[in-house]
Design a protein around this ligand. Sequence first.
Ligand code: COA
Ligand code: AMP
Length: 633
Amino acid sequence: MPGRYEEAYSRSIEDPSGFWSEAAAGIDWHRKWDQVLDSSNPPFYRWFKGAELNTCYNALDRHADGGRGDQKALIYDSPVTGQIKSFTYTELRERVARCAGGLKTLGVEKGDLVLIYMPMIPEAVISMLACARIGAVHSVVFGGFAARELATRINDARPVCVITASCGIEPGRIVEYKPLLDAAIELADHKPRVCVMVQRAMAEAPMIEGRDIDWDEVMTSAQPTDCVPVAATDPLYILYTSGTTGLPKGVVRDNGGHAVALKWSMKNVYGIDPGEVYWAASDIGWVVGHSYIVYAPLFHGCTTILFEGKPVGTPDAGAFWRVISQHQVTALFTAPTAFRAIKQQDPNGEHIKKYALDGFRTLFLAGERADPDTVKWAEHHLRVPVIDHWWQTETGWAIGANCIGLGMLPVKYGSATKAVPGFDVHVLDKNRRPVKPGKIGTIVIKLPLPPGCLPSLWNNDEGFKQSYLSDFPGYYLTADAGYIDEDGYIFVMSRTDDIINVAGHRLSTGAMEEVLAGHPDVAECAVIGVAEKVKGQVPLGFVVLTAGVERADDDIVKELVAMVREQIGPVAAFTSAVVVKRLPKTRSGKILRGTMCKIADGEEYRVPATIDDPAVLDEIGAALQGIGHAGAG
Ligand code: COA
Ligand code: AMP
């Protein structure tokens, strides 16, 4: 007899409109849809055409007015500032409504774009929801990106307003945001009209007269404003993510499909009930932060946690257990890298034993492949199910998971379990033919994608088609390679493009190569991701110098490291590069990055038949040993 998961999955594929119109009952609509799925313009699909709703209303007002007014909506826990502050649904709604009113006074209108460049403080969440309240589109940029990356996003998104804070706090240093923002606006062609500044006591930022305005001033003078109905198909936000070049892709999220999918996922994927405390230990700058710090838990009437700290060092490897026990967290969602960092500092789980974790039910991991050692360590020490699930910025929620709310399936280590209802996942070969179970190929999703996934890229339908829909017509290309076994379990093994995953952060090696190529002494370069114990992967650069350059290699490498930090940001974790005489290439001139990765990781490799000169591979190995690269074999 099929279980609840199998039943839900089959129904979602055979009758997507029926399935998602039932799920849509979880959302309050201003106007019902004319059509659940509009497939009139393939490969573009739209969910809930004709419907109107407000995302902020569904996240706050209906709970504040519907019996949860005194329940905590948001707990801000900040070990880096020593603060814990909570907001009930009524309080959060009041602040969001006021902020929304303030934005209107500043001239922000429905459909306008607001860029949010902020650390993990309540004002960031309030700003996002305030935009949603008035139908403005937000674009949050992660604080670890440098001015140039911010400038690229400003140019593409063209915000009328930027909301920022004077600083972020990283263990051991204060990151001043204002100089980065000013530099980005200087670099960008587009100039936002107004910048709202949250002044934090650790570093007050100087203001630019006529452009910058203090957050407190905006909030005190503002009148609270109501939710504005928007079309289900209107954009709620844009989130930029690494593509294969230096230009990030603006992933668009709509209002209606997003609300339906995320609300549905809370019970069915995560097994959470309204009123429970749910914690995604991520950053609002990433998709996990958008979906599972801000929107989904609030749609579901949960209490969400905004944690301004790290898994280790704030103050120790027990930070997660302290938060779970202090706030009665039922489920934690984080990246495997966080657990590797904890495991490294507390291999026997001594910190775990100090806290009462009785109410803690499930650990969810995503963002990178969950290595079986880490999963088993967490299972052993926490004694709760550890669920690896697979998703992307583009999809906005899980593609593959063990949907615990639909009945937990047996765990297979190394697998993200099965396709989540709504996602018709296949593995194809280069000739677009299905591969046999257990055989590796390209993972694709048959169109249409379920609600919540990107309808397109921001102002770039062509780019959307080219990047995701053209290689395998009728399917969405995930750019992940992997296999599905005989039981339907999905194993995601690697990317098929030049994206690497550094401490759960998605980065483009192509973008780093563009930076290195900008150094006057560099003739040619390649950046690859190499295995690293805690972060999973870190970038490593290879550079060939211009003929005649006689400066010391070490000096040039230092400059390259500084350039990547300055132009992409510290989050790239680009700390080493090696100078080589030449790069291994095919006879047609393509750099053999895959083979370089294997050499750098000390793995066995086959000399590619197409290689121009096999001797270069030995030179690469020797150069890596020369810089003491441990994996080089
Ligand atoms: N603003 C400014 N700088 C930031 C930043 C931010 N929001 N976030 C990170 N950085 C900086 C860090 O200070 C660090 O700088 P440094 O080179 O001067 O030390 C650099 O970017 C790299 O940061 P990070 O990747 O966080 O590495 P780390 O060594 O400081 O910490 C982990 C390692 C594993 C503890 C940390 O990466 C982590 O918690 N990862 C989980 C990621 C995650 O939640 N991903 C979301 C998917 S669920
Ligand atoms: P991001 O868009 O930052 O969420 O990164 C998405 C990419 O991270 C995916 O395309 C995968 O390569 C990788 N990823 C995310 N979750 C998993 C997982 N559970 N298992 C394997 N890879 C994952």
